[in-house]
Design a protein. Structure first.
Length: 100
């Protein structure tokens, strides 16, 4: 869950912190660079689904450099609550095959 908190903090920074003199706000492109930030597009989509005015003009892209590892971890119960997203989002990113 630590990278989920990293991603949530990144969204707060984009929306609220005056980076370069002003907040980027909702009119931006967010690039999730590798698995560490891979939850960013999901969080943007989830927040936009809950409030269509949020992230209205934001685009997202995902770049994956380490296709072998991909940030796979053991499944943890209650992630939807921790991530503050509907359970179907967790289901869509969960791999049920064993980790090797």
């Amino acid at each position: 869950a630590r990278f989920a908190y990293f991603c949530k903090a990144a969204l707060v920074a984009v929306k609220d912190l005056p980076l370069g003199g002003f907040p980027y706000g909702h009119q931006t492109v967010i690039v999730a660079n590798d698995w560490h930030s891979s939850l960013l597009p999901m969080f943007v989509h989830s927040q936009r689904a809950a409030d269509p005015s949020m992230w209205k003009d934001t685009k997202t892209a995902f770049l994956c450099h380490n296709a072998v590892f991909q940030g796979r971890f053991e499944y943890e119960e209650g992630l939807a609550d921790v991530f503050d997203v509907p359970q179907e989002y967790i289901d869509s990113i969960t791999f049920m095959m064993p980790l090797k």
